[in-house]
Design a protein around this ligand. Structure first.
Ligand code: NAG
Ligand code: NAG
Ligand code: NAG
Ligand code: NAG
Ligand code: NAG
Length: 366
């Protein structure tokens, strides 16, 4: 067996439009330890963002060190069509944009997913401008040591972090807010954000059905809350897709369907032609009683999905007390245990991939 890594050089062609850029990454592609698939997937939600500001290179590297199976990212677009890892439509909550007087005039109000939202919108800044900003933790109760030190990264940089890992690490990118991205970003030649997203994945060799040889080498789940985006890319790629499901109160951004509609048996039958699983907000699977802080009875969503061979990857598991229901006695391991052994989910999005990994190592040795 070869011990040394093989390196392949990827050279991007310099495209004619402002949306192309030359980049160079080197990857060890051979002889990496395979992704584990005999227990639920540990999906590092926005990287190890419980410890390090979300969607940064350091948060993703930390997640890999901690044992994540997949690193997860929200893919949004800049004004000059660069795809980046960033969750919110506006920069206000997790960057130091307020400390940049040169951008003061950029505040705007746009309708975003049914509501008027005011702030500094990502789509109004070029990637170069965004590089001047520094990220910080979303929650004040999380470690501030890295606040003000880390930059926004591109989708390509995110991919390179997974491909450079010494073991096989999957990626779990989300086509984020496609309706808004297609309305507010000027895509060249009548393209859509989904086309740009797929071009990048194809450039880095992501393809193949779930558990195919190609998938095993470069595992990926593509996620979106917008069913029409998943259907659209089904014409472009056979990579596995996950349909995200929001809170009961939220309607789909593209088809304006209610929670009840998209979780009906009829709709699950339909969407299972396009996706290998669903990614629901965990409170919709097991609703909490907000008066008592305890969970109520589980719904049948997991069994209805499983009976259609759909995986279930709920979000988001967070260690802190304010996110844990009293059933779990302020112990995140009890929460993992309940969701894995009782609810029987197939993957978990967590802000603390290190905790989930340690729980799994202690409880589910192959
Ligand atoms: C947003 O604001 C505009 C202009 O004031 C208004 O016409 C529109 O109805 C508002 N949209 C929502 C969803 O409140
Ligand atoms: C997929 O391609 C077929 C054939 O070109 C087309 O009829 C269909 O509308 C496309 N589906 C989506 C969701 O774009
Ligand atoms: C979405 O559907 C709801 C319920 O039918 C309706 O009230 C709302 O106006 C619709 N929104 C859009 C943007 O069509
Ligand atoms: C929540 O718990 C309270 C107190 O036990 C109870 O009165 C209420 O009916 C519960 N709510 C739901 C939705 O079951
Ligand atoms: C909740 O589950 C318990 C235990 O299985 C059962 O006794 C109870 O009737 C259920 N409650 C509801 C509201 O379905």
């Amino acid at each position: 067996m070869w011990v040394g890594a093989f390196f392949i050089v990827f050279l991007a062609a310099v495209a004619g439009s402002s949306c192309g850029a030359a980049r160079l990454y080197r990857f060890p592609l051979s002889n990496r330890v395979a992704i584990q698939d005999w227990r639920p997937f540990n999906v590092a939600h926005r990287g190890s963002n419980g410890e390090i500001p979300e969607e940064t290179a350091l948060a993703y590297k930390r997640a890999i060190e901690e044992g994540a199976d997949f690193i997860e990212a929200d893919i949004t677009a800049t004004k000059d069509c660069v795809l980046i890892c960033f969750h919110d439509p506006i920069l206000d909550d997790v960057t130091d944009i307020a400390a940049h007087p040169e951008f003061r005039g950029r505040r705007a109000t746009y309708e975003f997913e049914g509501q008027n939202l005011t702030g500094f919108f990502v789509v109004d800044f070029t990637f170069e401008e965004l590089q001047r900003l520094r990220l910080r933790q979303r929650y004040s109760f999380r470690d501030p040591s890295f606040n003000g030190k880390l930059q926004i990264i591109t989708f390509e940089r995110f991919i390179s972090i997974a491909l450079e890992a010494s073991r096989t690490v999957g990626i779990y990118p989300e086509i984020k807010s496609p309706v808004f991205m297609n309305k507010h970003v000027q895509w060249p030649q009548g393209k859509r954000v989904e086309d740009s997203f797929m071009e990048i994945l194809q450039k880095y060799g992501y393809k193949g059905k779930y558990k195919s040889d190609e998938w095993n080498k470069q595992p990926i789940f593509i996620q979106s809350f917008a069913p029409t985006s998943l259907m659209y890319i089904s014409n472009i790629t056979d990579s596995p897709k996950i349909f995200l499901i929001d809170d009961y109160t939220v309607r789909t951004q593209d088809t304006n369907q209610s929670y009840a509609e998209i979780t009906s048996n009829r709709y699950l039958d339909f969407i299972s032609n396009y996706v290998v699983g669903i990614g629901p907000w965990k409170d919709t699977i097991v609703p909490p009683n907000i008066t008592t802080g305890y969970l109520m009875n589980a719904t049948h969503l997991v069994s209805r999905a499983h009976s259609r061979h759909l995986q279930v990857h709920p979000y988001t598991f967070r260690n802190e007390n304010q996110f844990l229901h009293f059933d779990f006695h302020e112990d995140p391991y009890e929460e993992f245990e309940y969701w894995i052994k009782t609810v029987k989910v197939d993957g978990l999005f967590t802000d603390f991939p290190g905790s989930l990994h340690r729980y799994q190592e202690w409880n589910s040795k192959e």
